[in-house]
Design a protein around this ligand. Structure first.
Ligand code: ADP
Ligand code: MG
Length: 309
């Protein structure tokens, strides 16, 4: 039995062309668990996941219903998305496990991730989120809600929020104990609800945390044997998207670091996955692997995807 942390990408819930109904996300999630059911049967697995499209939709529901009910802050919307996705994943997993006779229960853990209020990301919000607004509304929101906003071509204005580095997981012991008691934790959704340590405990703050960086941190905290990032491409490519693109089957941390530093991986997609894998492999001496959800079994065995060691 190995301890394996598996981070689901966006395609575990939604694929191109899917509508974002509860039912279609449940169907995708069921497919995802079918692909890893043998791994769950034979190992101690922790599941983490993204929340981009889901929290985006919650923000829309919030912002456009203000006349009826008060909008919740972004961090609370993040918490809502963890609850929503947690339900989808738990339902999907239960249907698979009952069919396959897996005894292990899943347990969804609402997770808060600690960030540093002095993180320079707070001075330089860079992540666009939520709906597009016209100029007048955007100017109003900048004043009344103190939002930073940026024009995105002719689509309109969008709110920019900081994306600070995750430094600790508040529920670390809860997750650890849950795993040791034989459950499969589903946690750290969307990178966790960003919180800042204060004299009153932990306070939610409006930011977004990269789910791969938070998953890597959790993988180190739990001292897992393997950290697996499942996404919608076969692995990490050099010259991605060009006729010369080439999959990297395996690579040493020191070599991959050079590629990362040279800036060949985009900040919004492959960059944080590569960084997350490097941080785990360097700290633990164990392998991280980035690969396709469609080949999850092979990826987890290190027979597909990019193995970072
Ligand atoms: P997820 O939703 O699974 O977390 P993202 O959509 O953020 O994943 O990132 C995966 C995407 O990264 C791929 O669909 C691909 O288009 C993009 N990508 C950018 N650069 C690379 C690269 N060098 N190798 C592989 N994929 C890359
Ligand atoms: Mg994606």
């Amino acid at each position: 039995m190995k301890k394996i942390l598996i981070a689901f990408g966006g395609n575990a819930l939604l694929r191109n062309g899917d509508d974002s109904t509860f039912e279609s996300q449940l169907e995708r999630a069921t497919e995802a668990f079918e692909r890893i059911s043998d791994v769950i049967l034979e190992n101690n697995v922790i599941i983490t996941h993204g929340n981009g499209p889901q929290v985006g939709n919650i923000l829309l529901q919030n912002e456009f219903s203000q006349k009826v009910t008060k909008a919740m802050p972004l961090h609370a919307c993040g918490a809502m998305s963890q609850g929503l996705i947690g339900e989808i994943l738990a339902e999907a997993y239960d249907s698979v496990r009952l069919r396959k006779g897996i005894m292990k229960d899943a347990s969804v853990i609402l997770t808060r991730t600690v960030v540093d209020p002095d993180d320079k990301a707070f001075q330089n919000p860079s992540k666009p989120i939520g709906p597009y607004y016209d100029r007048m509304t955007a100017e109003g929101l900048m004043k009344t809600r103190n939002w930073q906003m940026k024009e995105e071509g002719n689509k309109g204005y969008r709110r920019l929020v900081p994306s600070p580095v995750p430094i600790d997981i508040v529920e670390r012991s809860a997750i650890f104990n849950c795993l040791n008691d034989g459950f499969m934790p589903i946690c750290t959704g969307g990178g966790g609800v960003p919180v800042i340590k204060s004299q009153r405990g932990f306070m939610g703050t409006d930011a977004v945390i990269d789910k791969d960086l938070a998953s890597s941190l959790l993988a180190r905290i739990l001292e897992v044997d393997k950290f697996v990032i499942l996404t919608d491409v076969k692995g990490v490519y050099r010259n991605y998207g060009t006729p010369e693109e080439e999959l990297i089957p395996e690579i040493k941390v020191s070599e991959l670091e050079k590629d990362l530093d040279s800036g060949i991986f985009p900040k919004g997609s492959m960059g944080p996955k590569v960084r997350a894998a490097i941080e785990f492999a360097r700290a633990s001496g164990k392998e991280a692997v980035i690969g396709s959800l469609d080949e999850a079994g092979k990826v987890i065995d290190g027979k597909s995807g990019t193995v970072i060691h």
